[in-house]
Design a protein around this ligand. Structure first.
Ligand code: ADP
Ligand code: MG
Length: 728
């Protein structure tokens, strides 16, 4: 083993952790560092409290006077907890979080200073926005954008900073972040769903979209990770032969969590408790050193913020425990990658989960309405759903041989499939009283019993119904959930509006009763959406062929997939729903295409460097050792040396072949990159990176990985898979 690798592993193993005790009950810690409803009750005047609650619940504007009161109380609360700075906390289109800290401290003349935090500072801030991606909305010389307080996500303290969740918009009004369109989408789905709920319950005033994400990740020893330039710069390994033992034995999944990882998790979870992130579940995942963390679901905007915050603090806490967290969707070839299931549902302010069957036929009809409308929304917009989870890193899962496929389909399970079949047979138009009774008692009424034994679990489906929620499983582990949540809620909002129009028409024009009209429209939807329902194996070749016949899209790469973001249909959808303007849709498309190009470009550079400057010199060195050896054998054995050194000579040849292979392909890749860089059109450029540059990665890697098996372990420069994955 090389000295570098040896010392890295030695260091890592020297770290012999004992389990850290948890002194406080978690429920006692929960939300302690959050300016939440309880804290607001303590700190705010009644007027201010009511003002903020109205903003949270009904989107009412907060006036200046109230903002002053809130900021002053927030400051008092923060100072009481040792806070010195505040920041607007936002999520620019880089996908990560951004912050710029300002001290409360201010001078007031005469050498005096005070701690100040006014309403205007709470409500608005102006970071220099020129270096954030904006997709051509602004030129740098007019780089003015501002952040504005989002009262629906509570302020929190991290370290000694008060963080205020904000949206980030250009002065011309366009969104420059993930949160702004999400809030607009949540508003759209609230309005549309509330209107539909009124068919079933007049008391419903608000519908909330919920999200429960499940974050998968790898934990790798920090020293070992730092020894790999590819992990350091791209978040994944670009080469490395698979370890003799990987995940074949299934001995990691749900296994006991190693102490060192557990200590990290405990500290992380404690921090999550303080920040009000309701983390609940943790377990080992399928691949070695892979884990999952899941909270209790929350209102979607808050859940998205919490996921972004979590990813940020995970990195920091991991570092304290000498770990590096890998969020990349495919950090290692040959073993499972990571995803982030987005569990989604809608619920009313009367406490009803609209995707959960109820106790009465009427509430079940309501369930069916939302259930079938969601299926219809996915059916109409499958290509857009695929687009909203597209990224260079997620391409390694979707469309590669891993869960789930790039084809979007919906899994609903046997029992609900049967219910839909029965509903499809319902008479068109008016129903006889007998038919109605039969329908209500024996079809709709039976759903809860039917679902009780809904044990179907299809792990290969990208969008599955799991009893009381839909699970969007194709979201990448590295993704900001804001993007998929914006799309999902927007398409459902649009669908519910269309549905209501159709039902109202049947009631007004055809004189149907409300439930008859609902049945009629749902029946047509069931007929129209069959192509999107799929219960079989999503990974198989057979499904690809079948999906093609059904007319479903199968966009395997990001450049292909992203096109759906700027189709006429998508632009009209986002405009109609007031979620994004045409300019915003286009700018996002450009930013994401640009990001794709940059990622592949960086990976290409790193791979070229490692292959040429680390692997080839090592291979040459080893080959020279072999050559020396053969020369020596010749000296001793004379002409007979050929008999004793046959293998060595062929090894020398084999190594030459791989060195040739690497050099030739790196040259080819560099040329392909150069050529791609001259392309002006962003779509063509991205496609060139995808189809001309990226495939060469595999060719280069193949030779490097073969050499790893041939070359002396003592001089191999890169930390190996077995060391990265099994050092604990
Ligand atoms: P799995 O079996 O897929 O691991 P779980 O049943 O443990 O899933 O739930 C995973 C996530 O789904 C959790 O974050 C949980 O809070 C969330 N979840 C449960 N019910 C709902 C719901 N009605 N809406 C949204 N998310 C939900
Ligand atoms: Mg799940």
């Amino acid at each position: 083993m090389s000295t570098l690798r040896f010392h890295a592993i030695k260091e890592s193993l020297a770290n012999k952790p004992v389990l850290v005790e948890e002194k406080e009950r978690r429920s006692d810690l929960f939300g302690k560092n959050v300016f939440d409803e309880n804290t607001m009750r303590q700190y705010l005047t009644k007027d201010a409290f009511v003002g903020v609650m109205n903003a949270i619940q009904f989107g009412k504007k907060i006036d200046r006077n109230i903002a002053d009161q809130v900021s002053s109380s927030m400051k008092d609360w923060a100072l009481s907890k040792g806070v010195t700075h505040y920041t607007h906390w936002f999520q620019p289109l880089t996908g990560t979080t951004a912050e710029k800290h300002d001290a409360f401290f201010e001078t007031v003349g005469n050498g005096m200073a005070i701690e100040k935090f006014g309403g205007s500072q709470l409500v608005q801030q102006e970071p220099d926005a020129s270096s954030f991606p904006n997709g051509g909305i602004r030129n740098t010389f007019e780089a003015r954008g501002y952040t504005a307080w989002d009262p629906t996500s509570p302020a929190f303290i991290y370290g000694t900073t008060l963080c205020i969740p904000t949206i980030f918009v250009a002065y011309t009004g366009e969104a420059l972040d993930y949160k702004t369109p999400l809030l607009r989408a949540l508003n759209a789905v609230d309005n549309a769903a509330t209107d539909v709920c009124k068919y079933f319950d007049k008391n419903v005033k608000k519908v909330t979209s919920s999200l429960g994400w499940e974050q998968e990740y790898f934990l790798i020893d920090k020293m070992l990770a730092a020894s790999r330039p590819d992990i350091l710069l791209t978040g994944r390994t670009l080469l490395g032969h698979s370890s003799a033992k990987g995940q074949q034995l299934d001995d990691h999944y749900f296994g006991s969590i190693p102490n060192r990882a557990l200590n990290f998790m405990r500290e992380l979870e404690t921090e999550c408790m303080l920040l009000g992130i309701p983390v609940k579940t943790r377990h080992n995942e399928v691949a070695p050193n892979q884990f999952e963390l899941a909270p209790i679901f929350e209102e979607a905007n808050l859940a998205v913020d919490h996921n972004s915050l979590l990813m940020d603090i995970m990195g920091r806490i991991a570092s304290k425990h000498n770990f590096k967290v890998l969020f990349h969707e495919k950090p290692f070839a040959g073993i499972n990658g990571s995803g982030k299931h987005n569990n989604w549902s809608l619920s009313t302010d009367t406490g009803v989960n609209l995707l959960s069957p109820g106790k009465t036929p009427m509430s079940n009809l309501q369930f069916l309405t939302f259930f079938i409308n969601t299926i219809k929304a996915v059916h109409e917009n499958e290509e857009l759903l695929r687009a909203c989870i597209a990224s260079a890193s997620n391409d390694h899962r979707l469309g590669a041989n891993e869960a789930p496929p790039a084809i979007i389909s919906v899994f609903i399970g046997q029992q609900l499939t049967k219910v839909l079949e029965e509903l499809e047979g319902v008479t068109k138009g008016k129903l006889s009283p007998e038919e109605k009774t039969e329908l209500k008692l024996n079809v709709v009424g039976k759903i809860p019993d039917v679902l009780l034994d809904n044990t179907d679990r299809n792990r290969t489906s990208p969008f599955a119904f799991t009893g009381n929620k839909f699970e969007f499983r194709a979201v990448g582990s590295l993704a900001n959930c804001g993007n998929p949540m914006t799309v999902l809620n927007t398409i459902v909002a649009k669908q519910l509006i269309d549905f209501k129009k159709e039902v109202d028409l049947l009631i007004d024009k055809k004189g149907l009763k409300k439930d008859e009209a609902v049945f009629n429209v749902l029946r047509e939807y069931i007929k129209a959406t069959k192509a999107i329902l799929f219960e079989g194996n999503g990974y198989g070749k057979a499904w690809e062929e079948e999906a093609k016949k059904r007319g479903l899209s199968n966009n395997k790469s990001t450049p292909e997939a992203l096109k759906a973001k700027i189709s006429k249909k998508t632009i009209a959808l986002f405009e109609d729903m007031n979620v994004m303007s045409k300019i915003e849709s286009h700018s996002r498309y450009e930013i994401e295409m640009e990001a794709y190009i940059m990622h592949i470009q960086i990976e290409g550079r790193v791979l070229g460097d490692i292959a040429r400057n680390h692997i080839v010199p090592t291979a040459v060195k080893y080959q020279n050792m072999l050559i020396e050896n053969v020369k020596g054998l010749k000296e001793i054995f004379g002409e007979k040396f050929k008999n004793v050194s046959k293998e060595q000579i062929s090894l020398i040849e084999e190594i030459s072949g791989h060195i040739e292979g690497i050099n030739a392909n790196v040259t080819k890749m560099t040329d392909a990159r150069r050529k791609a860089n001259t392309i002006e059109n962003i779509e063509e450029k991205a496609l060139a990176y995808c189809n001309e540059v990226k495939p060469l990665f595999d060719d280069i890697r193949k030779h490097c990985d073969k050499l790893e098996l041939l070359v002396d372990d003592e001089i191999w420069p890169l930390t190996k898979y077995r060391e990265l994955l099994f050092t604990r």
